[in-house]
Design a protein around this ligand. Sequence first.
Ligand SMILES: *[C@@H]1O[C@H](CO)[C@@H](O)[C@H](O)[C@H]1NC(C)=O
Ligand SMILES: *[C@@H]1O[C@H](CO)[C@@H](O)[C@H](O)[C@H]1NC(C)=O
Ligand SMILES: *[C@@H]1O[C@H](CO)[C@@H](O)[C@H](O)[C@H]1NC(C)=O
Ligand SMILES: *[C@@H]1O[C@H](CO)[C@@H](O)[C@H](O)[C@H]1NC(C)=O
Ligand SMILES: *[C@@H]1O[C@H](CO)[C@@H](O)[C@H](O)[C@H]1NC(C)=O
Ligand SMILES: *[C@@H]1O[C@H](CO)[C@@H](O)[C@H](O)[C@H]1NC(C)=O
Length: 534
Amino acid sequence: EESDQDDSFKKKRSVCVIECVCVFGYILPDGPVDATLGSDVVLKTLLTNPEYAFMIWSFSDGTDQVNIATQGQTALKVNSRYESRVSVNATDGYLTLRKLTREDNGDYSLTVVSADGTTSTEPVSDVLISSDVSEAVEHNSTVVLTCTAKGSYLKFAWLNGNLPLVADNKRITLKNADTSSTLTVTGILRSDLTGPVYCTATNNLQKEKSAPFNLTVHYGVTISPTDTPRYVRAKSNFNLSCSAPSSSPAASFTWFHGEKQMEATGPVLTLEVIQKLGLGKKVEAFSCKAENAKTRRVIASSNVHGEFLTLSSPPSPDAISGVKLTGPGSTLVAGNSSTNLSCKATAGTVATTTWLKDGAPLSASGGRLVFSEDKSSLKIQPLQKEDGGEYKCQLTNPVSSEHDSFRLVVNFGPEPAAVQGKDAVEVNDPVTLTCSAQSVPPASYTWKLNGTLTAVKTAEYVIEKASFKNSGTYTCEAHNAVTGQNSTYSHTLAVKEGDLDGLSDGAIAGIVIAILVALAAAIGLTFYCRQKVP
Ligand SMILES: *[C@@H]1O[C@H](CO)[C@@H](O)[C@H](O)[C@H]1NC(C)=O
Ligand SMILES: *[C@@H]1O[C@H](CO)[C@@H](O)[C@H](O)[C@H]1NC(C)=O
Ligand SMILES: *[C@@H]1O[C@H](CO)[C@@H](O)[C@H](O)[C@H]1NC(C)=O
Ligand SMILES: *[C@@H]1O[C@H](CO)[C@@H](O)[C@H](O)[C@H]1NC(C)=O
Ligand SMILES: *[C@@H]1O[C@H](CO)[C@@H](O)[C@H](O)[C@H]1NC(C)=O
Ligand SMILES: *[C@@H]1O[C@H](CO)[C@@H](O)[C@H](O)[C@H]1NC(C)=O
């Protein structure tokens, strides 16, 4: 039976002791057995009165397995090498080995063949890890570890330190066979097998662990700078360097341009040497190889290439000058126009072009902005009001950097207008109504009162002292002369009689009664006078 878990392994095993005795399953106690040189030793079994055809004792010194003795039902047959040194108890299978020598160190196994021909399960032994390589290069090497063991019904597992080593079936794969297991790690990392690595082989009798296995994983050889500048100034102190940090003893280096070896050694390849060899006038790949003097192992770096050396005349690119950022000459209207901006220099070879808008890097996102392949021009289509602003292009090469700017004006609007100001004031109060509408160029304003055009032509409509005739509906109209668009907003102003404000209904009634009483008195007085004076 098979099981992954150690716990259940133990359970299975204890079950097995009971079940398997009848077929001679678990027949030897755990080793090792210690004995003194020259003395006798008895190798016990766990058998109690087995029914067997043969009991075969064997010995292994790690390389060869030899038969010691075979106990048949009636006779014992002893290998001549062990003549007169061994005896086997035919009842319980105990092996007695006398006058021990150094050569007796090793593994002893017992095979019991039952009367009906079934053999016992062979115990696990000789669990060994071997590797196809003794050292590996990080990221580059594929390492194949093979675990082999002797025994029957073996099940293998791998440990990295104390942790189970699990196959991800991408970089790390495991393949199990009857008496071996293969662990393949592609693109090995230094962190993969730090463990060290162990292999265990298990059957229902035993579990054996291999010796720890260590693999030396070298850093690869690195060349720097990998990010080489596109141009290098002649006579500058530019150089390439090569390193192999994990080589011990230190590696020796050789240099290559393309496939050809250069007459250059040492970890640093200077520009001077490159020039002396007449190289670097055109684009070339450079690489180095590191050789470990002891192991003779050679590891190559990756290539460094690109247009990175311009050493022939002219030795360095011309300085950039006469940078001009050109924009449209025509009037642009948001929503309807498209435009091109173009950035050119009159002299010099441009290495990089950077665009900025209002000081921030400009990216061609959203699809409206498109750079030409060499980034020398920018197309915006359709233009929106947000596109207005200060554009800057910066042209750079290793020896110079120049820029120019262009202010792009995008006409738009007016956006919907709005009027701010009071909607009710008292007679003689000052009033200011302010009209605003976003617009490029700024809008011009006109005002209408009750639909009649006034003389006011500013954003503000100012009334120093309000009178009743200032009441009415004020309509502001914003007009953009470029786009030809208008927008309007109406605001109602009410001018009220200041003195009446605050009198209660009762007070007004009192005033009215007082007037009536006074009137009645005046009428009464008139009649009285008429009667008295004929
Ligand atoms: C063999 O083993 C049996 C049972 O363990 C024991 O009784 C017997 O004496 C042994 N025979 C010899 C010759 O030691
Ligand atoms: C990586 O492996 C390939 C093929 O095995 C070899 O040609 C190359 O030199 C190796 N690179 C390094 C850095 O070891
Ligand atoms: C394996 O590596 C471990 C940790 O680096 C170390 O302790 C151990 O001695 C090494 N064993 C062998 C056999 O090199
Ligand atoms: C947009 O442009 C077209 C022609 O290019 C013109 O006929 C139209 O009036 C323009 N619309 C606006 C809102 O400017
Ligand atoms: C912008 O440039 C492209 C290609 O250079 C050209 O086809 C297009 O007509 C130009 N557009 C404007 C508005 O200048
Ligand atoms: C405007 O109309 C309002 C009410 O409709 C009126 O009270 C006001 O006197 C009018 N103003 C002018 C200047 O015609």
